[in-house]
Design a protein around this ligand. Structure first.
Ligand SMILES: [Zn+2]
Length: 284
């Protein structure tokens, strides 16, 4: 199997979920073996590769930083790129945060499908898991273990009538990301939003880009896209964060009440355990 990139450029624009700033974004084809590279066009085209080594903080979104230059909330776009089977891509932005669009990966996924994905010459590499690696932070658990495919078994548990305990086992297969995951939106709780706003976060958040839950229901007047949209969005986030490993995985992720910081801990523990993985060419 060969590496891929975009057939043509994609332009879009929107606001950042946390900063509320307006941002223009262009996705462009990139050479073989470049991976995903963010380019701050407002800062002399400063480049920040999408890589675990540049994770700076990850409390409510995954933020990258290289030499003091920040790129915020990269996970939904990275999820769409990985979910679309794109290996190499430049992501040009003229501000600090990826646009949130409708709170899911659907717009990015549809734009990529419309632009088209083309094969390059170099073989695609995958990170094949050889040994189980696990992290546990309080009641949050996450592990990765050998498997034939890229699979994610995810459990979330929130004391809310719309959520409670949701579990989904997702297998990366042809088309599965677009059908099962891409359109699942991010969500937040009204009590959390006051706190986030006080911390200057969620400034661009609205009912157009998030499911907002009240103690007994939700503020949005449009229905959920799936009964279990919440666990689907968590899987979307996991795919986006694990795209920072730089290549598709061959292994099974098991996540229980995970979040961006748990994802980051597992990835850095995995990369340090060099006996637990190998890089192989993906078979056809
Ligand atoms: Zn998310």
């Amino acid at each position: 199997m060969k590496q891929t990139t975009l057939a043509k450029s994609i332009k879009t624009a929107g606001v950042g979920l946390h900063t509320g700033v307006k941002v223009n974004m262009t996705l462009k084809s990139a050479p073989e073996n470049s991976g995903y590279i963010f380019v701050r066009t407002d800062l002399d085209n400063f480049e920040i590769p999408a890589s675990v080594e540049y994770i700076s903080h990850c409390s409510y979104a995954t933020t990258l930083m290289r030499r003091g230059v920040v790129l915020s909330t990269c996970e939904h776009l990275l999820s769409a790129l990985r979910g679309s089977g794109v290996d190499n891509c430049f992501v040009e932005l003229d501000n600090i945060e990826i646009p949130i669009m409708d709170g899911s990966s659907e717009t990015f996924f549809d734009l990529i499908a419309k632009a088209g994905v083309v094969e390059q010459h170099a073989p695609r590499h995958t990170l094949r898991i050889l040994e189980r690696i696990a992290v546990e932070i309080g009641n949050r658990k996450m592990s990765i273990e050998p498997a034939e495919n890229y699979e994610i078994d995810c459990v979330i548990d929130f004391p809310h009538p719309f959520i409670e305990r949701q579990r989904l086992n997702f297998v990366f297969e042809n088309g599965s990301f677009g059908k099962e995951i891409a359109s699942a939106r991010t969500f937040g709780f009204t009590h959390e939003i006051d706190m986030l706003r006080k911390a200057n976060l969620a400034l661009g958040g609205s009912l157009d880009n998030a499911i907002v839950l009240t103690p007994g229901g939700m503020l949005n007047e449009t229905p959920l896209r799936f009964d279990d949209e919440f666990v689907r969005h968590k899987i979307l986030d996991i795919i986006g964060d694990f795209a920072l490993l730089g290549m598709p995985l061959r292994g099974r992720i098991t996540a229980e009440r995970s979040g961006h910081s748990v994802h980051a801990s597992l990835m850095s523990k995995l990369l340090k355990a060099e006996h637990a993985w190998e890089i192989v060419e993906q078979e056809g």
